[in-house]
Design a protein around this ligand. Structure first.
Ligand SMILES: [Zn+2]
Length: 93
């Protein structure tokens, strides 16, 4: 299991985006995926972000294909890719 912090996660492991929704819920010692699709990169928690290699592959493909938003209307007007990527926890880089 990738999560070492024993805490729920709201930041996308792939792209660093967060709207505050819980993607992985930590409850009584177990981490549960909420199967949330990221508005930004389109990765689904519990599906595309379970393994570090899968996270890195998905991220590379997303970056190489032009960082298209899965849900265009969620994209902030002043969106900054570099700042968002900086939010990715070290364990998932
Ligand atoms: Zn994402």
């Amino acid at each position: 299991m990738l999560n070492k912090g024993n805490a729920s996660e709201s930041i996308c492991r792939v792209c660093g985006y967060s709207d505050g929704s819980i993607r992985w819920e930590y409850f009584e010692g177990v981490l549960y995926s909420q199967f949330l699709i990221c508005d930004c990169c389109g990765a689904e928690s519990g599906y595309e972000d379970c393994l570090l290699t899968a996270i890195q592959n998905y991220r590379r493909e997303w970056l190489e294909s032009g960082t298209k938003w899965f849900c265009q209307k969620s994209k902030p007007e002043n969106w900054n890719l570099e700042k968002q990527l900086a939010h990715i926890p070290d364990d998932y880089k």
